[in-house]
Design a protein around this ligand. Structure first.
Ligand SMILES: [Zn+2]
Length: 234
């Protein structure tokens, strides 16, 4: 899979969005979200989402740590900062040890902690993004990743091909339960830079926007290479 990052383009995004009053973090988040969204092999039918942890000044004049995460109704390919609603990060992290939260309560809690109440609803994967302690988190439902995980021996195959910086996670329906599962997996192996979710997709993360994007392309390329190899063997 081709890596479409361009330093020149990244600079253009920073120039454009900082002029509009957004942070450099947000500018780069918009840039790499679009790079992912414009690749139909990564993001099909609006699947996938991204986030950035940054800080924002509210009308009370205070700075708040926030998670800006893709909101519903926005296409990653055409994302704008408005499509990445800011949710206060500390209230999200306060639920790290909570055992259960219904979908209804989760959605209400996320909404209640928005900086701007008029924002679109934050993704159902918001807590998952919040619990991963990295500035940039990228998530796609890549075709190639699905192909390698959706095999009878998918789990073993993934363990073999992706290496020791990747944890493999069994299928859990998206929502608070999945966020808790990921939190548990991450705490066991805090050196990882990628999670492969069986029958679901892939998460990559780093404190640098480019590195998180690079990891996505790297791991998807490994999956593609594996598929080609397996096809030749047949
Ligand atoms: Zn997903």
């Amino acid at each position: 899979m081709k890596n479409n990052w361009s330093n020149l383009e990244a600079k253009k995004y920073i120039k454009k969005y900082t002029k509009l009053g957004h942070s450099k973090d947000m500018a780069l988040r918009v840039y790499t979200t679009r790079l992912l969204g414009r690749n139909s092999e990564l993001v099909l039918h609006g699947g996938g989402n991204t986030s950035v942890k940054t800080s924002i000044k509210d009308i009370d004049g205070k700075n708040y740590d926030v998670l800006c995460v893709k909101g519903s109704g926005w296409d990653m390919a055409e994302i704008e900062p408005a499509g990445l609603p800011a949710v206060k990060l500390n209230p999200l992290l306060a639920l790290k040890n909570k055992k259960y939260l219904s979908d209804e309560d989760m959605v209400a809690y996320q909404k209640r902690n928005l900086i701007d109440i008029k924002s679109p609803n934050p993704s159902v994967e918001t807590f998952l993004h919040a619990f991963l302690p990295f500035k940039f988190v990228d998530h796609t439902h890549s075709d190639a990743i699905m192909d390698v995980t959706n095999r009878p021996n998918g789990k073993e195959l993934c363990k073999k091909i992706f290496g020791n910086k990747v944890s493999i996670v069994p299928y859990v329906m998206p929502g608070f339960g999945l966020a808790q599962k990921i939190n548990e997996v991450y705490n066991k192996s805090p050196n990882i830079n990628c999670l492969i979710l069986l029958n679901h997709g892939i998460f990559t993360f780093d404190n640098d926007a480019k590195k998180s994007y690079d990891l996505m392309i790297k791991y998807v390329s490994i999956a593609e290479k594996t598929i080609r190899k397996l096809k030749r063997k047949k």
